[in-house]
Design a protein around this ligand. Structure first.
Ligand code: TXA
Ligand code: MG
Length: 339
């Protein structure tokens, strides 16, 4: 078993300027080199991606991966996505059938995770795969993070860098608010451009299955594979993995979806032109011009801001179900689910 190297630990602890909490690293050459060095030594570094910030560890090191679960307070049966710098690296870890390869070619680097059978040479540890014989792989569309992973020379396991079940982080400040005391560093590259997690598609023979809607729309994926995606929950589709928990992405406040307007005491989360609102009260708008791409990018930040206002309940405007609306509604539905 690989242990974090204690000489690195002392060096890290004594040179870091962050009394006990996470160091913030700039997304420049020096920061990226430091991020790779910490990961190689078995430490946790939050890395930016185009979707959300990920809490990264060396995916080949089970001790480092165990620290992810501890930092997040995550149920340890939930498998993690292994992030790699390019499709060739992904194909060393997993076995790609024709639809998997077509999807990789069309959407990588980008907000797509492919669940495929692990290859005989797969180096992603058992713990990161939650003991499954499949592996979730993604090439993120973020140059700084790809450079860190390339420099490390190993896949990086990274769930979203939030407390388990809480709203996902789309900025370094979100990461520090949730996990600042439990991790070693965050590479700060500003806000995430897409703002909802990757679309997850399982390609395990038979029809590819949509495990989670996300940054690549269903329609775009179906156009590439030339057939309909089967929904994970549909009859005949056996569950592949736990972890699609019903209550998830949850702010502390309760959510009321499909609202026309807030009632007394509610915060308001709008989409498109706002209805007549009371003069005061916490409010945010996902996209005043009704743009789903902008709304996805703003979703988690808006939820965090309304939560921070102390409101007990957030009323959320109606959101169309097409395009990225499917992923936004999935996240809002889980955030609103009974806990
Ligand atoms: O955009 C994203 O996907 C972000 C960034 C950081 O890449 N990551 C992310 O990770 O959202 P996480 O851990 O919050 O969600 C990963 C999901 C989990 O629901 C997990 O069950 C599923 O991916 N997953 C990973 N490997 C799997 C596998 N082998 N089989 C089935 N599901 C898998
Ligand atoms: Mg997550």
């Amino acid at each position: 078993m690989i242990m974090p190297d204690s000489s690195h630990m002392n060096e890290h602890r004594s040179t870091a300027s962050h009394a006990g909490g996470a160091a913030t690293l700039a997304a420049d050459g020096q920061g990226m080199a430091e991020a790779a060095r910490l990961l190689a030594a078995g430490w946790l570094v939050a890395l930016p991606t185009e979707t959300v910030y990920g809490l990264a560890a060396d995916a080949t090191n089970p001790v480092a991966v165990a620290r992810i679960y501890a930092a997040k307070g995550r149920p340890a049966f939930n498998p993690l996505i292994a992030h790699v710098p390019d499709t060739d690296s992904a194909r060393r870890q997993g076995l790609f059938n024709a639809p998997a390869l077509a999807l990789a070619r069309a959407f990588w680097p980008g907000p797509l995770t492919l669940v495929v059978p692990m290859s005989p040479d797969c180096t992603v540890c058992d713990l990161a795969r939650a003991g499954l014989s499949t592996v979730g792989l993604r090439v993120p569309d973020h140059a700084a993070t790809r450079a860190v992973i390339e420099r490390l020379g190993r896949p990086v396991a990274a769930p979203s860098a939030n407390r388990s079940g809480h709203v996902s982080p789309t900025s370094a400040a979100h990461v520090l608010a949730d996990l600042g005391q439990g991790i070693d560093a965050v590479l700060d590259a500003g806000p995430c451009s897409i703002g909802v997690e990757s679309t997850i598609i399982a390609c395990l023979g038979g029809s590819p299955r949509l495990l989670r809607p996300g940054g690549i729309t269903r329609a775009a994926a179906e156009a590439v594979i030339g057939r309909k995606l089967v929904d994970a929950g549909e009859a005949g589709a056996a569950p592949i993995a736990p972890g699609q928990l019903q209550s998830h992405y949850a702010p502390d406040a309760a959510l009321r979806l499909d609202a026309d307007a807030p009632v007394a005491g509610e915060a308001w989360l709008g989409f498109g032109p706002d209805p007549l609102l009371p003069a005061d009260g916490p409010r945010a708008n996902l996209s005043a011009r009704g743009d789903l791409v902008e709304a996805a990018a703003n979703l988690f930040d808006c939820l965090r801001r309304l939560d921070a206002s102390g409101a007990r309940r957030i009323a959320v405007a109606r959101i169309p179900a097409h395009g990225l609306g499917e992923a936004i509604l999935d996240r809002l539905g889980r955030a609103a689910a009974p806990r």
